[in-house]
Design a binder for this molecule. Structure first.
Ligand SMILES: [Fe+2]
Ligand SMILES: [Fe+2]
Length: 168
C-alpha cells in the first residue's frame, strides 16, 4: 500500500489521495478478515474495526467531498448515487453485525457486503473522483482533505458496529 502521507506530504495532500489511502486500508481489512474466518475471536474484532472505520469514513467523505460536489450541477447525480450507496452499505453492515457469526447466513451476508463495498470504492476511485477532480482547484482539494481529517475522528467515535440505519 503506498503511503501517500509520506510521498505527497500532509500539507499538499488532496482529498482524493486521502480517501484512496483509507480505501486501501479497508481493502486490507477485508482481506485479513477473509484470511482469519476459521479462527475464533479474530474475525469478530476485525469486522467491528471495519464497521466503525467504514461508517466514520463514509460520514466524513459526505461532509468533506459530497457536500461540495452537490453544489456543482454536473456532479449532483454522482454525488447522490454515492450517498445512496453509503446508506445501502450501512444497512448491510448492520445486518452482518446482527447475524450470528456461527451460522452460514453470516458468511453470505458478509460476502454480499464485501462485494458491494469493493464495487463502491472502485467506482469512487475510477469514476467519481476523476470527474470531481476536473472541477475543483488544487487548493479546494486540500481544503476538503483538511475538513475530512477534522471530521473523521469525530465520526468514528459516534459510529456503532450495528444498530439502526440513520435516516436523514
Ligand atoms: Fe464512499
Ligand atoms: Fe470512500
Amino acid at each position: 500500500m503506498p503511503d501517500t502521507a509520506t510521498t505527497v506530504g500532509p500539507a499538499q495532500m488532496t482529498i482524493f489521495d486521502r480517501l484512496k489511502a483509507d480505501h486501501d486500508q479497508h481493502r486490507l481489512l477485508l482481506d485479513k478478515l477473509d484470511q482469519t474466518l476459521g479462527e475464533s475471536g479474530k474475525p469478530k474484532l476485525l469486522f467491528e474495526e471495519f464497521a466503525v472505520e467504514v461508517k466514520g469514513h463514509a460520514a466524513s467523505e459526505e461532509q468533506a467531498l459530497y457536500a461540495s460536489m452537490m453544489s456543482k450541477p454536473s456532479l449532483t447525480d454522482k454525488s447522490r448515487h454515492s450517498v445512496s450507496e453509503h446508506k445501502d452499505i450501512e444497512k448491510l453492515i448492520n445486518e452482518v453485525a446482527e447475524a450470528d457469526m456461527a451460522t452460514g447466513g453470516w458468511l453470505i451476508k458478509f460476502r454480499a457486503l464485501k462485494h458491494k463495498y469493493l464495487h463502491h470504492i472502485d467506482e469512487e476511485e475510477e469514476e467519481t473522483f476523476p470527474a470531481a477532480a476536473k472541477l475543483f482547484s488544487a487548493e479546494e482539494e486540500q481544503t476538503m482533505r483538511k475538513t475530512f481529517d477534522a471530521r473523521k475522528p469525530k465520526e468514528k467515535s459516534k459510529a456503532t458496529v450495528g444498530g439502526e440505519t440513520k435516516e436523514d
